[in-house]
Ligand binder design. Structure first.
Ligand code: C2E
Ligand code: CA
Ligand code: CA
Length: 864
């Protein structure tokens, strides 16, 4: 195995030093360029060496002359004469180089040329490669050219042709040759670096001035040489400094010329730049002016320049259009002419402040009057405007039509203050109207206002049974009818749900309002055609008049509402006027609420029992439990009064529990009194609040369990209205009760909206015909027909029919003849306290035990 020598992988220290040197000084030299450089440098060195050797034997005077010529040439190298308006310069040193050549031959000239080139390249280049190669090139070129001259002069002399003229011509020719050689040698370096070939045409371009200068230098040198030949060295001594001075002057002159030229050029440049800047400025100004002008002219918002005294100086198209002027120029007119009279002051005040310099701008909204008379709301922005060059500052007003925005605002306002369904003012808006009415009446006592409060008697039912769409449709039609019935100035509002209110102002409001109420009752009683069916309804109207003395709108509405409740309580479909007595009623109601709360705890409530009889055989079948309140001060209070109070005060649950517990307990007691009483039943009234209560079924169950009743002996009475209104939510509870065996009776049957389809599917055991039918029942009457129809309906549906409110024997007979199952009413028995029921039952039991056939109604003796 041959071990690898270190030299194979690493350059020897010598080579690496060369390489480093090469990289440092000749990084841009390729192989050829490098070879060329070295060749020229070596050749130059060699030429110098040969020249020095040639001169070695020369006498001292010759040496002095050569040294002086060389020194002058080198010195001149420091002061090149630059040729004006060209990049070229020539060193005047050439004259002396040529002089040395003519006087001492090529070897001496070679030294001078190398010296001059060293100085020139030192001055013009910072690269050592050119500082070294330039003198070498000059030496080679001069040695060659000089040797040729020497040879040529020798030949001329040999043929006797040497004269001043031929010398001059040959000197000039050799100078050109020297120059050409020098140029070729120098040009070769960059060409080799770029790997290009030398082209004669490119070289020729470099001739011209410098060539001529060289030729000129050579001719001067020849002249000096000839003078020297004739007159000796003295002339040269004198001429040389003169020439040096001349050249120095030339140098300085051209330098001065050059710097003057530079100054002139920079002046021209500066002034051109300034002119360009000024032109640009003007152009920019013009553009900005144009931009402003076009922004002003084409702006979509109205713009106007107004002088300080208010006259329009300029107005754009948008403003003219806004003011309805068309093409007419508003110039010179006062801007305030266009502002609507009411808003003139609005504009004048801030304008004065801008004029006074207090503020620079402001924005306001006002109305302008168009040429056609129409008033347009506008937003005005005004600011100080000073135009450069303008005689006086003015104001710039931007005027924008804001009617669209105003309309949108009005729309929003409308939404906020109007009911979206009917488009009528809403409660908030009505309040505002009321506030204003109260103020007006306060300031003008002869004025009066009245408020009608309308509530539809069966709206909830319509909504629940026929759906909300029908309900909405119904309300829209109702609203229209109300609106059509009032005077134009009256305000109709929808307060919510089916509540409407009307505000009327009049000098005799009571008269107007009662008339209006009657008219409305009439109009609203007529059927409404909604969703393919006819809906008949009625309204209850409460009225209050400002003479009651109001300060707050809510008091007005409260009193109208109270009056409306009075109308409802009085039998619906009527109106009631609020009076101070009603106030008492209301406060009484508030008082009763508190009393009832305490009454429940204090045991002031009791239960009365009204017997029910089977009409076919007169047998006692059961009782209806009716709540009683014996108020310590007010005496007996009707359940028609206190049940609604209990419902509103949330007292229904304890009240019902009390009645349930009592009645179930009593029934058990009474069922035990005799063998014939085991099947007696108890009918108990249930309110809407009860079935809405989540614990409803457990409460019923508990009452049954506690009394140890059989569920089928308890029958719950639910009015037809409540049943239908809450059908969906109540149904699960009702089905569960039916499953338990508890009976269900539809109370006040005939007053509600039950559909036959519902009746057959609902868990109902009996229909309790409303007493209004029974009471109006005469042979052949409409009511008699209804009763007969209900009885038949009950039979066909398999449900028993109970008639309540039987007051006369004739009614009793009729009902029995019709086949009505059960009867209840004063003619049979009034509601009895429990003790009297016990007495009654004991009497019946005694009668039965004595063997009497129980043929007809055993009525409580005390009441007949
Ligand atoms: P209602 O359920 O229709 O009860 C029947 C009402 O008719 C009772 O009035 C009764 O005294 C009365 N009445 C009975 N026979 C006749 C008659 O021949 N002629 C006339 N004109 N009236 C007769 P009352 O006791 O004043 O009860 C009024 C209403 O109060 C009841 O009407 C019922 O809806 C409600 N109510 C009574 N007690 C309770 C209760 O404990 N709970 C609930 N939720 N409501 C009750
Ligand atoms: Ca009842
Ligand atoms: Ca009833």
């Amino acid at each position: 195995m041959t071990p690898t020598t270190p030299a194979a992988t690493e350059p020897t220290p010598g080579v690496s030093a060369w390489l480093r040197l090469h990289r440092a000084f000749m990084p841009d030299y390729n192989g050829k360029a490098t070879a060329y450089w070295w060749s020229v440098v070596l050749l130059g060195g060699f030429t110098l060496f040969v020249s020095l050797k040639t001169l070695a034997a020369a006498p001292a005077t010759a040496w002095w002359q050569i040294a002086a010529g060389t020194a002058i040439a080198m010195l001149a190298g420091f002061f090149p004469v630059r040729i004006p308006r060209s990049k070229n310069s020539f060193a005047a040193g050439e004259v002396f180089i040529f002089l040395v050549l003519l006087m001492h031959g090529p070897a001496a000239a070679t030294l001078a040329a190398a010296g001059e080139a060293a100085v020139s390249s030192w001055r013009t280049s910072r690269r050592w490669t050119s500082r070294i190669v330039s003198p070498a090139m000059a030496a080679v070129a001069m040695f060659a050219a000089g040797s040729l001259l020497q040879a040529a002069l020798g030949v001329l002399q040999a043929h006797g042709l040497l004269s001043d003229a031929t010398l001059m011509v040959v000197a000039m020719g050799v100078a050109l040759l020297y120059f050409a050689l020098n140029t070729v040698l120098a040009t070769a370096v960059p060409l080799l670096k770029r790997n290009e070939r030398l082209r004669v045409s490119a070289l020729a371009g470099n001739f011209g001035w410098i060539g001529i200068a060289f030729a000129g230098s050579a001719s001067v040198a020849a002249l000096l040489f000839m003078t020297y030949q004739r007159s000796g060295i003295g002339v040269l001594m004198a001429a040389a400094p003169l020439l040096a001075m001349l050249l120095a002057t030339l140098h300085l002159f051209f330098r001065q010329q050059e710097s003057d030229e530079l100054v002139r050029l920079s002046r021209i440049e500066t002034s051109e730049r300034e002119a360009e800047q000024a032109a640009r400025h003007v152009r920019e100004l013009e553009a900005s002016e144009r931009r402003f002008h076009s922004a002003f002219t084409h702006a979509s918002i109205g713009m106007t320049l107004v002088s300080f005294d208010g006259r329009i100086v300029q107005a754009n198209l948008a403003l003219r259009t806004l003011l309805g002027l068309g093409v007419a120029e508003p110039t010179q007119r006062d801007f305030s002419e266009f502002v609507s009279a009411e808003d003139a002051a609005l504009l004048e005040q801030p304008l004065a402040r801008v004029r006074a310099g207090e503020i620079e701008s402001f924005a306001i909204e006002l109305r302008v009057r168009q040429a056609g008379g129409a008033v347009v709301p506008v937003a005005v922005h005004c600011s100080f405007f000073s135009e450069p060059g303008a005689a006086a500052p003015c104001l710039i007003l931007q005027v924008q039509d804001v009617s669209a925005r105003r309309r949108a605002e009005a729309g929003l306002q409308h939404l906020a203050f109007h009911d979206s369904l009917t488009g009528l003012p809403n409660r908030r808006r009505f309040h505002q109207h009321l506030v204003r009415a109260i103020e007006r009446v306060g300031s003008t006592p002869r004025l009066q206002f009245g408020v009608l409060f309308l509530d539809f008697d069966r709206f909830k039912l319509i909504n629940d049974s026929m759906g909300h769409t029908v309900g909405d449709d119904f309300l829209v039609r109702v609203a229209r009818r109300i609106q059509d019935s009032v005077r134009p100035g009256d305000i109709v509002a929808r307060l919510g749900g089916d509540e409407f209110a009307i505000l009327a102002e009049d000098s005799d409001c009571e008269h107007y309002c009662t008339h209006l109420a009657e008219r409305l009752l009439d109009v609203l009683r007529k059927p409404f055609a909604v969703a393919g069916t006819e809906i008949t309804t009625s309204a209850s109207i409460g009225i209050t008049i400002s003479t009651a003395g109001y300060a707050r709108p809510e008091d007005v509405l409260r009193d109208a509402d109270t009056a409306m409740y009075k109308a409802k309580a009085a039998g619906k479909a009527r109106y009631a006027l609020f009076d101070v007595g009603l106030h008492a009623e209301v406060s009484q109601r508030v008082r009763l609420e508190g009393d009832l709360r305490r009454a429940l705890a204090a045991g002031q409530l009791s239960v009365a029992y009204q017997p029910l009889y089977r009409l076919a055989d007169g047998q006692l079948s059961g009782f209806e439990a009716l709540a009683r309140w014996n108020h310590p001060e007010l005496g007996v209070i009707s359940p028609l009064t206190f049940i609604p109070i209990a419902e509103e005060a949330g007292l229904m649950v304890p009240l019902s529990d009390f009645v349930l517990g009592r009645a179930c307990g009593r029934l058990k007691e009474w069922q035990r009194l005799g063998a014939g009483f085991a099947e007696l039943t108890m009918q108990i009234n249930i309110s809407g609040n009860d079935i809405a209560h989540s614990g409803f079924v457990p409460r019923i169950t508990r009452a049954i369990v506690e009394a140890r009743l059989q569920p089928q002996h308890l029958i719950l009475e639910l009015t037809e209205n409540i049943l239908m209104a809450r059908l969906e939510s109540a149904l699960p509870a009702l089905i569960e009760l039916q499953r338990l065996g508890v009976g269900l009776s539809v109370d006040d049957f005939g007053t509600g909206y039950s559909s036959l389809a519902h009746l057959s599917s609902l868990p109902i055991d009996s229909l309790k015909l409303d007493r209004s039918f029974v009471q109006k029942m005469q042979v052949g009457s409409k009511e008699a027909a209804v009763v007969r129809a209900v009885v038949q309906l009950g039979k066909s549906l398999g449900k028993s029919v109970i008639a309540e409110g039987i007051e006369t024997p004739s009614q009793l007979d009729q009902l029995r003849d019709m086949g009505c199952d059960v009867g209840q009413g004063y003619v049979l028995s009034r509601p009895l306290p429990a003790e009297l029921v016990t007495t009654l039952l004991e009497r019946i039991a005694a009668k039965t035990s004595r063997g009497f056939q129980n043929t007809a109604f055993d009525r409580p003796v005390l009441f007949h």
